[in-house]
Design a protein around this ligand. Structure first.
Ligand code: MN
Length: 289
């Protein structure tokens, strides 16, 4: 049967950086494993060759999305105008790269530093998030890019931990091209169950990360993917579903530490990615039947 969702894979399943050789490896392996979309983290985007990447993606027939979090010295949820300005600059540069490589989505923790925060978000900080993301959304709309608000757990951000937080933030930003991005790994930590957030997001759900509770092989942990995929079917979700998995076998300096990737959960990215692709197809076809 024909699947309605583009299926994606995170580049860190293959490679730890965005050098030309690594990008080529990621593109080749993503296409060979049968995926429709490749997601790049822009954590390490300085060495990404935009034109070459765009052409290689096009030649491989792949869609592309980009993701990132901000940093403590470049954080739009800060009360310090200089730190907010650095965060805003980083976001606009990331949007330019996303658009430059032909990306459809820029998503992630676009709203704050990615890492352990030591105090709650302030009202002034939240107001800064709304102002900056409203501006970013306008620019993104002009180049046909959708912005995702990825809901991350409490150890990685203090801005958006639940789907309801993200819906409120999206309401305040008030732009049609700002969508909700659910990630099953984070949902497991923060949400009551795997269904309600999907129903709450409804047609505002625009991007999905599929990951196990330990971020290893799908099905080897305890997440209730049956309920989750059923919920996606209930809302007629047709957007991207991207497999995200991390292991100490593939390290991106900086990002892997921010994600606390200390364990070796797999060594063979090819086997992992093929398994995940079939796992997602099995769930999608079962629920469609
Ligand atoms: Mn994620």
């Amino acid at each position: 049967m024909e699947l309605r969702n583009p299926l994606g894979v995170h580049a860190l399943v293959w490679v730890g950086d965005t050098s030309p050789a690594s990008v080529e490896t990621a593109i080749t392996k993503t296409a060979a494993a049968g995926y429709d979309l490749l997601e790049f983290s822009l954590h390490d985007s300085l060495n990404l060759d935009v034109t070459r990447t765009r052409n290689q993606l096009k030649d491989a027939g792949l869609r592309v999305a980009c993701s990132r979090g901000l940093a403590f010295d470049a954080d739009i949820s800060s009360e310090d105008p200089a730190i907010v300005a650095q965060g805003e600059k980083l976001l606009h540069e990331s949007l330019a790269i996303t658009s430059g490589i032909g990306g459809s989505h820029l998503t992630g923790a676009l709203y704050s530093a990615f890492g352990h925060h030591t105090k709650p978000l302030s009202e002034a900080g939240r107001a800064n998030v709304v102002t900056v993301l409203r501006g970013l959304a306008a620019e993104a709309a002009s180049v046909g890019v959708t912005l995702g608000l990825e809901i991350c757990n409490r150890y990685e951000t203090n801005v958006v931990n639940t789907c309801r937080d993200a819906l409120r933030l999206a309401d305040d930003i008030g732009a049609d091209n700002v969508v909700i991005h659910l990630d099953t790994y984070h949902m497991n930590i923060e949400e009551n169950d795997m269904v309600r957030p999907v129903l709450d997001a409804g047609d505002r759900l625009g991007y999905v990360h599929i990951g196990e509770n330990h971020r290893g092989y799908l099905g080897s942990g305890h997440l209730d993917f049956t309920s989750f995929f059923h919920a996606l079917g209930s809302i007629d979700y047709t957007g991207p579903i991207t497999f995200e998995s991390f292991s100490s076998a593939v390290v991106a300096p900086g990002l892997s530490a921010d994600l606390s990737i200390w364990r070796n959960l797999w060594s063979d990215g090819d086997d992992l990615a093929r398994h995940a692709h079939q796992f997602m197809i099995n769930h999608l076809t079962a629920h469609a039947a």
